[in-house]
Design a protein around this ligand. Structure first.
Ligand SMILES: [Zn+2]
Length: 114
């Protein structure tokens, strides 16, 4: 799911709509609607001066989605899982989680559990 930086439209893959987890799709819609608003406000959505996990437009979008996730009872652990996408490294996901105030299991502790 994403927003076009050319016309501000929401773009969703049919596969994700069919197969994605409901809670992920719900949180993604919240996240992407923040980008739609940012686009309408004239903000640059994909400012390459920032890495994804530090980009102000992303943090604003995630912040709202995280607030809603907490409201519906998601734990930090579940939120951390939600943040994981195949195009971000584990370290980047950890940095993003930290920027959003999501508590994550320390890497070493996690490795011991496995
Ligand atoms: Zn985004």
């Amino acid at each position: 799911m994403g927003v076009s930086d050319e016309d501000g439209h929401l773009i969703v893959s049919a596969y994700y709509l069919r197969e994605g987890e409901s809670v992920s799709k719900y949180l993604d819609v919240i996240h992407e609607l923040v980008h739609v608003k940012q686009f309408r406000d004239g903000k640059a959505l994909f400012d390459d001066n920032y890495e994804y996990h530090n980009r102000p437009t992303e943090l604003e979008a995630y912040k709202l989605a995280v607030e809603e996730a907490r409201r519906v009872g998601m734990s930090d652990r579940e939120l951390f899982e939600y943040l994981k996408v195949d195009w971000m490294s584990e370290d980047e996901v950890r940095k993003l989680a930290k920027n959003l105030g999501i508590k994550v299991t320390p890497k070493r502790a996690q490795e011991r559990v496995r």
